[in-house]
Design a protein around this ligand. Structure first.
Ligand code: PLP
Length: 423
């Protein structure tokens, strides 16, 4: 599918007058429309709810938009819980799906009346010791082991993943949690990441629905929800076919009817914890071409680097690039588009066919709305960029300023001889 930026060159030229590049920009209209279509695809399920995976885009202005669209928040750390609290949460608005969890994070999640999702059977006692009780609603994360295959050959390796409990542990955990006072139970699993196939959720749902029936039979617990978690992907490359959420919702419904309704469990709510699908296409990294270099290859040097978007450098991920204002120009050049880190992996694109790029051109790096800014880091003393929201009315709001050197040095603030760096 052809990839079109949600901003124009003219809009960017207007924005850079007050906010210099590089920055991530987010499209409020796209975020809202997608969230509504997603909700509609699961409207057949009475208790359906998406808990946005905060780690994908941990910005309260973005989270507020999703809250307005009815989403809760999936958190997995203390600071993610703080963000959810700042945006405003009531009982049940948080899913706390963490692993290797420190005690104070369980305590904070419980204080915010979040639903705690236990990653391991030993966390049953750990939670009891931490809180002094077991919450009435509790969830456990399942790992079926082995390999997880889909008919198009895409597979993942749950057996190698650190997350979740075995089936025997799930049964044991539910029995013990019930004895300790839990009244309502959830089941959670995350078996494959960034899937671009309509098959993943229905297949995962089938596995979890059957597990739910078995758990109910063997432990007598009431299953309140099944959390299909994250893992629905987006087509980063134009030659990929996007997921069809209506087909996915219908596929999950078929499994629901077949397995849960026929077992008398038609009151189970479906939860999801999507990050990438909710945000990735509705964010872009805007960066300016500042150098061109001709050696053994042709290079374009931009003012962003892997510290602003690490996926290409670390995972070799494809992110499509549009040169703003040259949308219709022929892609008759071959470039490596690079950042300034002293690391040869700091390349946003390798051997990419692009139109002729001139210094001063703005590049739109697509699909950075999730796991983009949030994976940023400070290597080489590079600073994190600003985040900008393109609102539905076309106006622009700075939703995070760029870091300054004093931010980078702030942790030297001991009022000793180097403390002036932090001021
Ligand atoms: C990362 C994560 C998600 C979100 O994953 P996406 O691939 O962004 O949809 C959801 N739940 C848990 C527990 C996660 O770790």
């Amino acid at each position: 599918m052809k990839k079109t930026p949600f901003v124009t060159k003219e809009k960017i030229e207007e924005i850079v007058k007050s906010i210099p590049t590089p920055f991530h920009i987010y499209d409020e209209k796209g975020i809202r429309e997608n969230a509504r279509a997603f909700k509609a695809a699961f409207s057949w399920n009475k208790g359906f709810r998406e808990y946005f995976a905060v780690k994908a885009t941990p910005n309260p202005y973005i989270m507020k938009i999703l809250k307005e669209e009815g989403c809760g928040f999936d958190c997995s750390s203390y600071t993610e819980l703080m963000l959810a609290k700042a945006v405003g949460v009531e009982a049940g608005d948080i899913m706390f799906s963490s692993n290797d969890t420190p005690a104070e994070e369980f305590a904070f999640a419980d204080e915010l009346k979040g639903i705690i999702n236990l990653d391991d059977i030993t966390h049953v006692d750990f939670l009891k010791e931490t809180l002094g009780y077991i919450p009435e609603i509790i969830s456990c994360r399942y790992n079926p082991g082995g390999v997880f295959k889909m008919s198009n050959g895409i597979m993942d390796n749950p057996g190698d993943a650190k997350y979740g409990m075995t089936k025997d542990q799930m049964i044991e955990a539910y029995k013990r949690l019930k004895e300790m006072g839990a009244k309502e139970f959830g089941i959670h699993a995350f078996l494959a990441s960034n899937t671009v196939t309509n098959e993943y959720y229905p297949k995962l749902a089938g596995i979890l629905f059957e597990l739910a029936v078995e758990l109910k039979e063997k432990t007598g617990v009431h299953i309140k929800f099944i959390n299909l978690s994250g893992g629905i992907g987006v087509p980063y490359s134009p030659d990929q076919e996007p997921n069809d959420m209506a087909v996915i919702g219908e596929g999950v419904r078929e499994q629901y009817e077949k397995i849960l309704v026929s077992a008398g469990m038609g009151d189970v709510a479906i939860f999801t914890e999507l990050g990438r699908y909710m945000l990735a296409p509705y964010g872009a990294l805007i960066t300016k071409a500042i150098h061109e270099k001709h050696t053994y290859k042709e290079y374009i040097g931009v003012d962003a680097c892997a510290a602003n978007l690490m996926r290409p450098a670390v995972y070799g991920s494809y992110h499509h690039i549009t040169v703003l204002g040259k949308e219709d120009a022929p892609c008759d050049q071959t470039y490596d588009v690079v950042g300034s880190l002293c690391e040869n992996c700091d390349k946003f694109a390798i051997d990419r066919k692009l139109p002729k790029i001139d210094k001063g051109d703005y590049l739109n790096i697509h699909d950075t709305g999730a796991h983009g800014f949030s994976m940023g880091y400070n290597y080489n003393g590079r600073l994190r960029s600003a985040e900008v929201l393109l609102k539905e009315d076309g106006s622009v709001q700075l939703i995070r300023r760029a870091e300054k050197p004093t931010d980078y040095f702030a942790t030297f603030d001991f009022s000793d001889e180097y403390s002036s760096l932090a001021r």
